[in-house]
Design a protein around this ligand. Structure first.
Ligand code: PLP
Length: 437
């Protein structure tokens, strides 16, 4: 038996001291254990961002699978190219055209979900100590990746119209004055995760102008753009600017995440590096799932299916907002015109992370706002997802949440009366939510 040196690690993990320093950012979230409890059937989870895949008729998928195996079995079961199946890349252009994007299939790189495109892009661009600018709040798992490449995330505030251009200018000036190297702006301009807001057209133009003049690349992450509830959102930022934007898309929300298929559309030089990085990581994305999705796109009414998803999510969002209005009228929340999320602002005396165990005990789960900031902000916020639970469950979940919040406030009031705790302050006005500033 090989003896391990005690200097190598500890009792729990003999290899503790051997990990690369970049893995320090890969700590499990503090709320992860709670989410295991929250997945029990009696808990209404308003926490996860899981699409409601049951709204996709299964026979559409099995039909595509059967056809692929009958017609192209050996190809589907074989390694493919590191860039992705050409026919699928052409079809991806049709999907992106719905958001005003024109491009060439040559510049599309298929990835294992857009999460993997985020990882590859970060690997290409981030050196330890670089700065990534992101909205505050931002997508939690993108920040995990940025952290794992040892970048510092600088959050720029948002309001109900998305990222604030003036604030972006100030942040860039401050970072540059401090000698920091800004690598890119990571943005989710449409139906933001977690804030639910959408960047206006004017701001898209202004932000692209700022980034161009400052020499900052834009990474536009757009999983939700086609899931609008009323009017179409403004066209993608990539439709305005080609050279300065890398665009990420995915089939996870408009089809199903189980396929793990996403893509990047990038200027030629970056595209070339993305292909090399993709090959280094996975050799090729799954031939089987690419061909199945390609078959689905050519045979099924995929635009109609996206309409079906829109209808499902619109109803759930409306149910959630009515329930919030009924049970928590003093609070403020965002009103998303698409996507999966509502961002709720709590009274300033409440801490969403501290309150979570009590909420789970009352059989409702949510994601505390702190998960979406790299700097500890977000204590007075909650991200509520309406994508997965049924309207009935949403009503029950919000009623339970209101009970938890009411109970916390009662407790604070009791102590406040004894001078133990400061008095309760409620944020004023529904918009703009103070937390998004
Ligand atoms: C903003 C954002 N980016 C990327 C992803 C990852 O999606 P995919 O399933 O394509 O990897 C998600 C998933 O929820 C997301 O919300």
């Amino acid at each position: 038996m090989i003896e391990s040196s005690p200097a190598q690690g500890n009792n729990l993990d003999p290899w503790y001291n051997s990990y690369a320093s970049r893995t320090a950012g890969l700590a499990a979230s503090e709320v992860r254990a709670l989410f295991a409890v929250a997945s029990r059937p009696e808990v209404v989870s308003l926490a996860g961002g899981m699409p409601y895949v049951s709204a996709l008729p299964q026979e559409l998928v099995t039909g595509a699978m059967d056809k692929v195996m009958a017609d192209q079995g050996p190809v589907a079961l074989q390694y493919g190219s590191g860039q992705g199946v050409p026919a699928l890349r052409e079809q991806i252009l049709e999907v992106m055209a719905l958001e005003g994007i024109r491009g060439s299939a040559d510049d599309v790189v298929v990835t294992t979900g857009s999460q993997h495109a985020l990882e590859l892009f970060s690997k290409l661009f981030i050196d330890p100590g670089d700065v990534v600018i992101a909205e505050g709040p931002s997508y939690v798992t993108a920040m995990v990746i940025f952290n794992s490449y040892q970048a510092d995330v600088d959050h720029v505030p948002m309001d109900e119209h998305g990222l604030i251009p003036g604030a972006l200018r100030e942040h860039i000036a401050r970072l540059k004055a401090a000698g920091r190297r800004i690598k890119f702006l990571y943005t989710i301009p449409t139906f933001h995760n977690p804030a639910g807001v959408t960047l206006t057209w004017e701001r898209r133009l202004e932000i692209l102008e700022i980034c161009k003049s400052e020499g900052i690349l834009v990474l536009e992450d757009n999983p939700y753009g086609l899931l609008y509830f009323g009017d179409r959102p403004p066209a993608a930022m990539r439709s305005i600017e080609e050279e300065g934007v890398v665009y990420l898309g995915t089939f996870s929300k408009t089809l199903a995440p189980g396929f793990r298929l996403g893509w990047a559309l990038a200027p030629h030089a970056i595209r070339e590096k993305l292909i090399l990085a993709n090959e280094a990581a996975v050799l090729s994305p799954s031939s089987f799932t690419q061909l199945v999705v390609s078959e689905y796109l050519s045979q099924a009414d995929w635009r109609g299916q996206i309409d079906t998803f829109r209808g499902v999510y619109r109803e759930r969002k409306e149910t959630m907002l009515s329930a919030l209005q009924e049970h928590l009228p003093e609070l403020s929340w965002t009103n998303p015109n698409g996507g999966f999320y509502v961002w709720l602002t709590l009274p300033e005396t409440l801490d969403s992370k501290a309150m979570l165990p009590r909420a789970v005990k009352e059989l409702v789960a949510y994601t505390p706002g702190t998960a979406f900031y790299a700097d500890g902000n977000g204590r007075h916020n909650i991200r509520l997802s309406f994508c997965y639970p049924t309207p009935e469950q949403i009503k029950v979940g919000i009623r339970r949440l209101a009970n938890v919040i009411g109970g916390e406030l009662d407790l604070l009031e009791t102590f406040a009366g004894t001078g133990e705790l400061s008095s309760i302050r409620m944020p004023r006005g529904a918009f703009p939510p103070s937390d998004l500033r």
